[in-house]
Ligand binder design. Structure first.
Ligand code: NAP
Ligand code: ZN
Length: 315
């Protein structure tokens, strides 16, 4: 299931607004087919995987699917539960059930009615790979990652606002790869005016993956940029499952205060700034114990001389 969840990453964010799902079929200990949700959301992962097999080839196999196979036919394609029922693998192992009412449990029933053994894992890796889809379904808004590039002493700029560059080439390339996995990038009016950021993906071959740009401001929209006037308005960003926030300090504080951050991605450079711009503006925190236990480390790596640490919200 972990491998299927990693495979699902290939469909992100091109599958949007559909969830990016991964499927692996295994028979006699060997992978016989793999699939993931294709651009625009079709074909679905299961259909993609089965299209690599000839008729009857799935018999005796086990299909691992990160999300419950869909039970609803559409003009754009058949229901995956029906496709699997026809292909007749011995078993289907499901990462998580689909909260979409058109499937919710009905995908499982369709498979069981066809005599297929179904196992639902409630897998953490499947859940994580579907974070954007699930946050939309469960919280009615995109999944939010807040990225901060800071000095060892927690500053994102000099006192005069200079912030280019805090981190090195590897870390900045990593940021571009994270942008390429997002549907939209957001910055605040302060950063927009100070840095005139391009907010695009400048990695060879991935230029077309530049996400939509969103500005948080109490003012008006510059050309070609979507504006929201309050953090809560992210729920109105149609088709956005993954939102990537790139600061600055006031915007970070605004989203944290509104409890709208699901993942923190911190790049820390081995430099000391001293009296600079603190990474995060005032949060009005008075209860120190309450600040504990809210973030758990999800990922850690070295990028050149910088470190990258990702934290997941715990509640
Ligand atoms: N190292 C890094 O990772 C990094 C990343 C980004 C920026 N920076 C640096 O950070 C500095 C800018 O940070 P900053 O704190 O001054 O500005 P900022 O956070 O980028 O923007 C502040 C502005 O965002 C808007 N805003 C914030 N909260 C809002 C809310 N709740 N509702 C509506 N609008 C809201 C307002 O825009 P309006 O004024 O337009 O109404 C506000 O003035 C720059 O020096 C930049 O270079 C560093
Ligand atoms: Zn499907």
């Amino acid at each position: 299931m972990d491998a299927a969840a990693r495979l699902a990453l290939r469909g992100r964010p091109a599958s949007s607004p559909n969830p990016s799902v991964g499927t692996i079929l295994v028979r006699d200990g060997r992978v016989i087919a793999r699939g993931w949700t294709q651009g625009g959301g079709r074909p679905h992962a299961e259909a993609h995987a089965l299209s690599n097999l000839s008729s009857g080839e799935a018999a005796g196999a086990t299909a691992y699917v990160t999300l419950e196979p869909c039970a609803h036919r559409s003009e754009r394609g058949p229901a995956c539960a029906e496709l699997l029922a026809q292909a007749k693998p011995t078993g289907v192992v499901i990462g998580i059930l689909d909260p979409d009412s058109r499937t919710a449990g009905q995908g499982v029933s369709l498979l069981e009615d066809a005599g297929i053994e179904v196992t639902v894992l409630e897998s953490a890796s499947a859940r994580e790979s579907l974070a954007g889809y699930l946050t939309r379904a469960e919280r009615g808004r995109p999944h939010v990652t807040l990225k901060i590039a800071m000095s060892l002493d927690g500053c994102i700029a000099l006192a005069d606002g200079t912030s280019q560059w805090i981190t090195g080439d590897e870390a900045r390339a990593h940021v571009h790869s994270r942008r390429a996995l997002s549907d939209a990038i957001l910055v605040g009016g302060g950063t927009w005016r100070a840095d005139k950021p391009r907010l695009d993906v400048r990695l060879q071959g991935l230029e077309h993956r530049s996400p939509r740009r969103v500005l948080l401001t109490r003012g008006v929209a510059p050309d070609g940029v979507k504006v929201i006037n309050a953090p809560e308005q992210i729920s109105t960003l149609d088709g956005v499952q993954y939102l990537y926030i790139e600061g600055g300090a006031e915007v970070s504080a605004s989203f944290l205060k509104a409890d709208l951050v699901d993942r923190l991605e911190i790049y820390r450079a081995p430099i000391i700034i001293g009296d600079g711009l603190r990474a995060i503006g005032d949060l009005g925190l008075t209860d120190l114990p309450a600040a504990h236990g809210r973030w758990a480390i999800a990922e850690k790596r070295q990028l050149g001389s910088d470190t990258f640490t990702a934290y997941q919200r715990t509640r």
